[in-house]
Design a protein around this ligand. Sequence first.
Ligand code: GDP
Length: 177
Amino acid sequence: IFKKDEFFIIILGLDNAGKTTYLEAAKTKFTRGYRGLNPAKITTTVGQNVGGITYSGIKLSFWDLGGQEELQPLWEKYYAECHAVIYMVDSADRERMDESKEAFDKMISSDNLHGVPLLVLANKQDLEDCMGVREVKPIFNQSADLIGRRDCMVMPVSALTSAGVDEGIDWLVECIK
Ligand code: GDP
């Protein structure tokens, strides 16, 4: 039986959602000896960051792609290659929630992402005034028709404190392995 042992996961979402911070948190958690960048030094993604982790014998390669509007057309180029998508949402930025949902809808409308599991992360749960997962979930569930039958889950996370990072990756690995 052919068993895949390397998977590509793209991390998308608007600029400032926390993609780079999340990738650092995942690398810090799952890479022995890796201490990570100082969060204060992380700047918003322009272009791409790549990071790999090994998770119960499976290699996961993450691509964190820039979220600025002018960079969003580049996302499409990665769709055909990826095994899963992590979509980061800044749960504390109520003003940009619609914009984030629009970018999500556009993304999942692509034929190249057909059937690819989607993990929507309601990030920045450490901030007191953020929207909880109970508020974020219905917003993204409005796109049920576009999501169709692919696996899709909305989970809470704080990339800054690493809370919820394991649970999200557990879920994704169950979907793709
Ligand atoms: P990106 O543009 O999506 O890659 O976002 P960054 O990872 O650069 O993060 C944007 C800003 O949000 C930075 O100031 C981060 O420190 C901050 N940030 C990211 N994740 C969290 C989080 O979980 N909680 C809080 N409070 N701030 C976060």
